[in-house]
Design a protein around this ligand. Sequence first.
Ligand code: TYD
Length: 205
Amino acid sequence: MTHSTKGWLIVFEGIDGTGKSTQIEMLADKLRAEGYEVVATREPTNSVYGRKIRSLYMNRENVSKEEELQLFIDDRKEHVAALLAPSLAEGKIILCDRYYLSTAAYQGANGFDPVDILERNRFAPTPDLALLFDLALDESIRRITASRGDTLNDFEQKESLMAVKKIFDQMEFDYIKKIDASLSINEVHQLVSAAVLPMIEKGEK
Ligand code: TYD
């Protein structure tokens, strides 16, 4: 895995219900207002693999764990080739909702060794920054069920979310910055901006 030399790859990670997508929108608006070219994207994507993943949500039993892991990896390969690598080469700022740390955490919680998962993701560019949204499990579940009006899908059952959170909590890479997602939307936005803007303005890798 190598860092890009031109653009910026900023990924947003953490368990479900932590407010990543709201923060991506707010940061994208702010960066665009300052004149930066921003690509906001997400995984799973809308590729054939991503669509297959989404269709698995409600009946995960129809696919083996290995097939599920492979789908996330295939989806990412496509995403890197079609969008991420070209956008980085053009010097753009990519804000990506979930990336390979999600695979390490979620499919790790599903029985794979997170280290092996990361090994299978070596084709993917290393993020310049991974904002790891940190939130207590009960609050994350409260937000998913109450505020979104959702029921928990199979990826989001409490037991497995606990295992997912544990793996996220143990991650130690120098590109990870933890964000306290229990704060207000505006406070979290300040934390996110403070992590991103100086890095980009400095312009050094
Ligand atoms: P999510 O971002 O929550 O999409 P949506 O808002 O459409 O529900 O991602 C869907 C689920 O996929 C989420 O619960 C985490 C899971 N996931 C993995 O298990 N592995 C991965 O590699 C990725 C990217 C996501």
